[in-house]
Design a protein around this ligand. Sequence first.
Ligand code: PLP
Length: 388
Amino acid sequence: MKRIYLDHSATTPLHPEVISLMSEFMQETYGNPSSLHSYGREAKKYVDEARGKVAALIGAKADEIYFTGGGTESDNIAVIGSALAQAKKGKHLITSSVEHHAVLDSCRYLSKNGYDVTFLPVDRYGMVDPDDVQKEIRKDTVLISIMHANNENGTIEPIEEISRIAREAGVIFHTDCVQSVGKIPVNVDALGADLVTISGHKIYAPKGIGALYKRKGIQVSPIVHGGGQEKKLRSGTENTLGIVGFGKAAEIAVRDFDMENVRIKNLRDKLIQGVLDRIPEARLNGHPEKRLPHNAHFSFSYVEGESLLLSLDMKGIAVSSGSACSSHSLQPSHVLAATGLPHELMHGSLRITLGRENTEEDIDYVLEVLPEVVKRFRAFSPLARKLS
Ligand code: PLP
């Protein structure tokens, strides 16, 4: 059976060039980069090289990149670490109600420990209003954390405007760029960010490696203590193999950026149009234009997202119902809820995210299978009969 992977916002396969470099590295270079002998120095050389490549991906300097265990850890360090470092200045944070749980739950942890957090609402596309950010800033606000692009509906937030407001108020600004990096331009200066989260496995590098960009001079307390690696911000022997893979993936993301993203966006647009044309009462969630080029997120009335996902899987098509990060729970997505989507549509949602290996034939196959599957489910619903 034909198998098509269309869940690249959950994770990506390793790029063949990443596999090749990692295989070479893992056979020959096993030193601890903190060791002073030649084995250690050799490993450190690879880590430094990768740091430079990851920095180049986001327009940063190499010494502003801190390797971590992934996007979740970077978000935790950014939110909790910067709050701890500024506890004397104040204990108020601002974030949005559509953030990834790595940010939301870090904020909730702080709010149980003496901090006050404002969770901003969003509009029907999932967009934060910069005026709302402005209104909520107080004397004791120490961090504003708003994601660059949403992992579920793909909406791109007005980060430049929000960061300007933060800067004018003298508040540190963090943005989670896990989903945007490699897909749309991410430049720390253009975004005006003090702290940026990125993750390897969304850009064809391995899982369990990520980075935090920290602008020079920004104070962040460590939350993992130990050997003092990564300039004392993230203790623990470096995941050298992951770092090398991440560096290579970052280099490829820069090299292939224009070509890949235009190609993928064209395929994605064909998919969206095809679905809206072929399936009655199909709704595109997220912003129609200000969205990630590889993301298509739909709701279908009278259909249940999980059943749809499983039926597509049986036909060889791998997609996600809402967000893979929250698929462990049957709670409706907090992102779709924040956009005011009615309950039945939230439960009938499907996220399709394209990547570098997808082709026009893949999209044709989805457009052949998906309308049939939706029609079949609707045939069981008395409410849906009028649609067929
Ligand atoms: N932030 C966003 C926006 C994400 O989409 C994800 C994962 O899907 C994360 C953070 C967590 O990253 P990681 O899986 O590397 O821990």
